[in-house]
Design a protein around this ligand. Structure first.
Ligand code: DAK
Length: 262
């Protein structure tokens, strides 16, 4: 792959968008490679993913404006579909994905971070949806995911004004969970990923599914029914039996074994 690197350390996989000359902007090839790398993740071994950008300046500076500038209507739709398919794949990916936002996250960059489960960022991060200044609307889910994450009022202000916000404001409005000095960002992401990876993987996946599908449900009754089903499924797992037996066994000298993902 030319623009994506993928490294696995223990149960944590790190995907890096590596096109620093264009501030990691998303062109068709980046989107295709991202799609392929997600398909290649070994879900038996990897329990959490980190998504980041190469370098210290930019996470993703948006969709590739050069490539988009010459698109016809049909090509624009095809480009949009390619992006939306990858973003939906990330959002519904079976295991959690942490976006480690290391600089600019503009347009498609902000949108791809919002397709991840959790966002943390560096102090130099900048978020924004500048599309209306380019004569387009956000096209990779920005109007939908930003409104769900920070509320419609703040999302509308950011999108209509095309104003970028810095890391401290992103933290204040709940777009990111934490801000770190740039050199501490990846270690923090790895620490969080390791903490997630240590827990029962089938239960963690179930939580992701329950939260995502519950948010799409039309009523709380429907949402809790989704949770009930996923909760019930846990009782068919070895990990549930082991986790509860370990708690009930009051032997303080016993060391907890890794969950088996079964
Ligand atoms: N696309 C292509 N190249 C980009 C780029 C981008 N989004 N952002 C930066 N680059 C390139 C620059 O052209 C420059 O290339 P060279 O001139 O060196 O060849 C290089 O990266 C370094 O950028 P700058 O020289 O501009 O660096 P600065 O530090 O001065 O400025 C900046 C950094 C991030 C403030 C600036 O580069 C900038 O404003 N970039 C554009 C940010 C932006 O507007 N992003 C949103 C793009 S719109 C759709 C679905 C989704 C979308 C659209 C349609 N459909 C459903 C159809 C998504 C749209 C977007 O994301």
């Amino acid at each position: 792959m030319e623009f994506i690197t993928y490294e696995v350390t223990g149960p944590v996989g790190t995907i890096t968008i590596n096109r620093p000359k264009a501030l990691n902007a998303l062109n068709s090839q980046v989107l295709e490679e991202l799609d392929a790398v997600l398909d290649s993740v070994d879900l038996d071994a990897v329990r959490c993913l980190i998504l980041t950008g190469a370098g210290e300046k930019s996470f993703v500076a948006g969709a590739d404006i050069g490539e988009m500038s010459t698109l016809s209507k049909a090509e624009g739709e095809a480009f949009g579909k390619k992006g939306n398919d990858v973003f939906l794949k990330l959002e519904s990916f079976p295991i959690p994905v942490i976006a480690a936002v290391n600089g600019f996250a503009l347009g498609g960059g902000c949108e791809i971070s919002m397709s991840c489960d959790i966002r943390i960022c560096s102090e130099n991060a900048v978020f924004g949806q500048p599309e209306v200044g380019l004569g387009i609307t956000p096209g990779f889910g920005g109007t939908q995911r930003l409104a769900r994450l920070v509320g419609p009022g703040m999302a509308k202000q950011m999108i209509y004004s095309a104003r970028n916000i810095k890391a401290d404001e992103a933290l204040r409005i709940g777009l990111v969970n934490a801000v770190y000095p740039i050199e501490e960002l990846l270690p923090a992401a790895q620490k969080l990923a390791a903490a997630i990876a240590k827990n029962a993987p089938i239960a963690v996946r179930g939580c992701k599914k329950a939260i995502n599908e519950g948010l799409e449900a039309s009523s709380m009754a429907e949402a809790v029914a989704i949770e009930e089903k996923i909760f019930g499924d846990c009782f068919e797992t070895e990990d549930q039996r082991y986790g509860m037996a370990f708690f009930l066994d009051k032997n303080k000298d016993k060391v907890k074994e890794p969950f088996k993902n079964k």
